[in-house]
Design a protein around this ligand. Structure first.
Ligand code: PEP
Length: 257
């Protein structure tokens, strides 16, 4: 398999300055000694991005992600951060399409399509989140729901641009709930997403695209999720806030590399 294995930690709006730097230090100290088979991504809150990026710059298999960016390059948008700013700070990734941004900040397909374009134009790679709410899963219409998210916000990219995208499948009913998608539910959806990428672009591109699972991923369930052939890694929320848990998840991914 020529796909990049990735374990990403989304810290969301957690940790004060001291806590954030000590969490980053603990993870980086161990990451330094780990094999580079797994790319580790840390997505701390925006105020800590620059310092944590500097702290990690000597570890090639660690990259930093922002949790959001605006679609404009600059201007009178108080409180916002542009993809250009992230690029100027050498930030590698931005997470876009997270269900919390969709829910609490009204980010719809159109806004996300603009953010996706802005990030790519600025030279920032994307971790694009998709995933269905519980009622859609119960109605068994999750595939068309996820396909619409991909078609409306991501599939306008060219083939070259799409190479800068990592997809994260995050069923909303599994985020922060302790409920995980079963390994076969995750595999089915990852395979479906890969097939859609192959149909829209090429099989080569689809085969090279890393697809991460997110939703209550923790040390106790990571191995069985990562054992699925289309699950290339994880986007981890709650369990990324404790260095031991996050490091254990990375180790589970590395073991199956
Ligand atoms: C997330 O919000 O991206 C996530 C996967 O959260 P959790 O691991 O806490 O479910």
């Amino acid at each position: 398999m020529n796909r990049q294995l990735i374990v990403a930690g989304n810290w969301k709006m957690n940790k004060n300055l001291i806590e954030a730097f000590s969490l980053a230090s603990e993870i980086l100290a161990k990451a330094k000694k780990m094999s580079d088979k797994v790319q580790i991504v840390l997505a701390p809150p925006a105020p800590y991005l620059h310092t944590i990026n500097s702290m990690s710059k000597d570890i090639a298999h660690v990259n930093i992600a922002a949790q959001n960016c605006h679609f404009e390059t600059s201007g009178a948008y108080t409180g916002e951060i542009s993809a250009e700013m992230l690029h100027s700070m050498n930030i590698t990734y931005v997470i876009l399409g997270h269900s919390e941004r969709r829910k609490y900040f009204q980010e719809d397909h159109k806004i996300l399509a603009k953010k996706v374009s802005a990030a790519i134009k600025a030279g920032v790679k994307i971790i694009f989140c998709c995933g269905e709410p519980l009622e859609i899963r119960e109605a068994n219409t999750q595939e068309s729901f996820v396909l619409q998210q991909l078609e409306e916000s991501l599939f306008h990219l060219t083939e070259a641009e799409m190479k800068q995208v990592v997809v994260a499948y995050e069923p909303i009913w599994a985020i922060g709930t302790g409920k995980t998608a079963s390994p076969s539910q995750a595999q089915d959806m990852h395979q479906f997403i890969r097939k859609q990428i192959a149909t829209k672009y090429t099989t080569e591109l689809a085969d090279a695209c890393s697809i991460l699972y997110g939703g209550s991923c923790k040390p106790s369930n990571a191995a069985e999720l990562f054992a699925q052939k289309d699950v290339d890694g994880g986007l981890v929320g709650g369990a990324s806030l404790k260095s031991e848990d996050f490091l254990q998840i990375i180790q589970k991914r590395a073991k199956q590399a």
